[in-house]
Structures are given as C-alpha cells and as structure tokens.
Design a binder for this molecule. Structure first.
Ligand code: IYR
Length: 220
C-alpha cells in the first residue's frame, strides 16, 4: 500500500504561564467528575452528546482504525428493555457470580443490582468496540482495540464533564444483551454503558479519595 499524503501539522505554542493556567483549570474540572448513580429525568439539548461523541472520535487508535461505535439511546422503551436485561444479569452477578472479596470491595460504594438510573437518565450512550471488519472475502482484525476504545471513552467522559453533564461508567456483566437489544452486528461488542444527564436533587456520592501524586507517579 502506498504511503499516505501528509499535511502540515498546525501546532499552537503556548507560553509557560498559559500552559500552567490551562493545566490547572483542566485538573480542577476533572477532579470534580464523579460516578453518579442518581439521575434527574431532565432532558437537555442532544447536540451536546454529538459534541461529546465527536470529541471521543478524535482519540488515537491502533492504525487509525477507530474501532468504536457510540449508540445514543433516547427511546424510553429501549431504556426500559436495557434496564430489565441489565438488572437480570446484575442480580445473578450480585447473588451468585461475584466472589465475596469483590462484594466487599463494592460495599463502600453502596451499589447493588437495582439499576433505575438506566430508565431515569435522559440518555444512555452505549460504547461498542469493533474487533474486526468482515468483507465478502476476508476478516480484517483491528489492533489495540481495548486501548483505543478506552482512550475514546476517556475523552467522551471528559467532554461531557466539561459541558456540565454527569455520567456513570457502568459495566453490567455480561453485557451482550446490549448487542441484541440495540440490533448491532456480530462484530460490535459492548464496551461501556454510560448514562448521561444531570444529578438528582441532593445526590450524595461516596467519600472516596484519589491516590496522591506520589503514589501514582515516580520520576526517575
Ligand atoms: N457491574 C456491577 C458491579 C460493579 C463493579 C465494579 I468493579 C464497580 O466499580 C461498580 C459496580 C454494577 O454496576 O453494579
């Protein structure tokens, strides 16, 4: 295959002061992001979600294959179907599948198999990963799919946070039911289920702390 044509890279060089200001303000913004489990049913302009998905779509990916698909679910009927299917799996998980050590780790977060938020949040974004593409004659495998879709999902959450919306990164397990309910092709695998909206009034969140800088970074 021939080499792709190249274009000039437009780079905006910032002053040190500007970099520090931007870095701090982005950190302050992201520090306020929390996983929210109690949503208000309040709707909002759907074009905000389009902006978030466009932002996610700028993520780097293995060989630029962009192995992701974002399905925005607004239909109350589909949200209900998703809730019922998710709760069925989650009930089984909490009561049968998860080992006690896992349940102990989750206890401080106060989660259980009830997932009302799947119906209450005005939108669900279901992130699918695409492991391969199938043509008539061959299967083309994608590369670093989890890394790529993880990066895109991080940008999605950051963009939503930046627009003043709240999210939950939810992973009902197993979540293949999403492929069926949303009628996705066999090569699309559910990766994350992200309710998006505003928090319910007086929502509380667990008093958890992020690790200190020195715990997550070493300079050598
Ligand atoms: N998927 C379950 C359990 C769960 C697992 C982890 I790891 C969490 O950080 C939170 C929940 C649920 O959504 O309840």
């Amino acid at each position: 295959m021939s080499k792709m044509k190249s274009v000039k890279f437009e780079h905006e060089r910032l002053s040190r002061e500007e970099s520090v200001i931007r870095g701090k303000s982005f950190y302050e913004l992201m520090k306020r992001r929390r996983s929210i489990r109690h949503f208000s049913p309040e709707k909002f302009d759907r074009s905000l979600l389009e902006l978030a998905v466009r932002t996610a779509g700028t993520a780097p990916s293995g060989a630029n294959k962009q192995p992701w698909k974002f399905i925005i679910v607004e239909s109350p009927e589909l949200k209900k179907e998703i809730r019922i299917a998710a709760e069925k799996e989650e009930k089984e998980s909490y009561e049968q599948r998860m080992p006690q050590s896992w349940l102990d780790d989750l206890a401080p977060l106060g989660t259980d198999w009830h997932k009302e938020f799947l119906e209450i949040a005005p939108y669900l974004i279901v992130v699918f990963k695409i492991d391969y593409l199938k043509t008539d004659s061959e299967i083309k495998k994608h590369y670093y799919v989890n890394e790529s879709v993880g990066l895109a999902s991080g940008l999605l959450l950051a963009s939503l946070q930046n627009m003043g919306l709240v999210t939950l990164t939810h992973t009902p397990s197993p979540m293949n039911f999403l492929r069926k309910i949303l009628n996705r092709p066999a090569n699309e695998k559910p990766f994350l289920l992200i309710p998006v909206g505003f928090p319910a009034e007086n929502t509380e969140v667990p008093d958890i702390k992020k690790k200190e800088f020195n715990e997550i970074c070493e300079i050598i």
